[in-house]
Design a protein around this ligand. Sequence first.
Ligand code: C5P
Length: 263
Amino acid sequence: MAMVASPQNHSGFQAGGTRRPELVVALDTPSLAKAEEWVKSLAGLVHWFKVGLELYTAAGPAALQLPPKYGGYVFWDAKLHDIPHTVAEAARQAVRAGVKMLTVHAAGGPAMVAAAVAACREEAAVQGRTPPLVVAVTVLTSLSTETLVQLGLGADPARIGAMWALLAVDAGADGVVAAVPDVAKIRAQVGRRALIVTPGIRPAGGPGTGAATDGPDDQVRVATPAAARAAGSDFVVVGRPITRAKDPVQAALSILTELGEPG
Ligand code: C5P
C-alpha cells in the first residue's frame, strides 16, 4: 500500500521532496454508482480521490462523501473562481463537507485566494478540523500556446504559471496545480513553500500495459508519471488512464510502479 502523509497535519506534506508523489484518481463520471465502484476497488491502493465538475454537477455533495466512506481523502476540484466573498462562502461549505483539498483559480486574483484560505481556516476552527489544502489552478493543461496567445496571455505558459503560482502562494495557497513542464519554473519561484499538483499524466506504456488511452485525449501538455516525479510533483492526478482502463486496479498499480519507490 502506498504511504500517505496525513492530511490531518499540513506539516506532514513536504513539498518538493524526493518522495513518490501521491496518486490522486479523478472520478470523472456522471454516475455516483460508477464512482463508488472505482473508489471501492482502488481504496486499498490509492488514498486520494478527486471529485470534479462532472460528478459534482451530476451527484451533488453526495459525491464528496464517497471517498471517506472507503477511508479515502476527498480532493474537491471545484475550481472556484468568483468574487472573494462568494468563493469564501463556497470554501466554507467545502470544509463542512469534510473536503481535504480544494481548488480555486489563481486567475481569480490574490484577494480571492486569500479569502478562500481565510474562510477554510475559520470554518475548520469552528468544526474542530484541520483546514483543507487550498490549491490554486494556474494554467490549464489543456491550453496550448496558441490558445494562450489568443487569450492575450502570451506564448510562455511556464512564465504565466510561475507568476500566478507565486501570487497565489503569497496570498496563502498551500499549493498550485500545474502542468509538469511548468513545475521547474514554479518550484524556482515558490521553493518548498507550496505543494505542486500535476494533472495531464499519461503512462509511458501503450495498450496492454494498463494505459487506457493511447493518446493525450484533450490534454495538450502531458507527461509520464516518472517525469512528473523527476520534475518535483507532490501529487499526480490521473483520470482516464485509470478509469477507462479495462482493469482500473491494474492500471493504478502500473502507474504506481512508474512513479517508483515511495522514497
Ligand atoms: O483523464 P485525465 O487524466 O486527463 O484527467 C485529468 C483531471 O485533472 C481532470 O479531472 C481535469 O479536470 C483535471 N485537471 C486538469 N488540468 C488542470 C486542472 C485539473 O486536467 N489544470
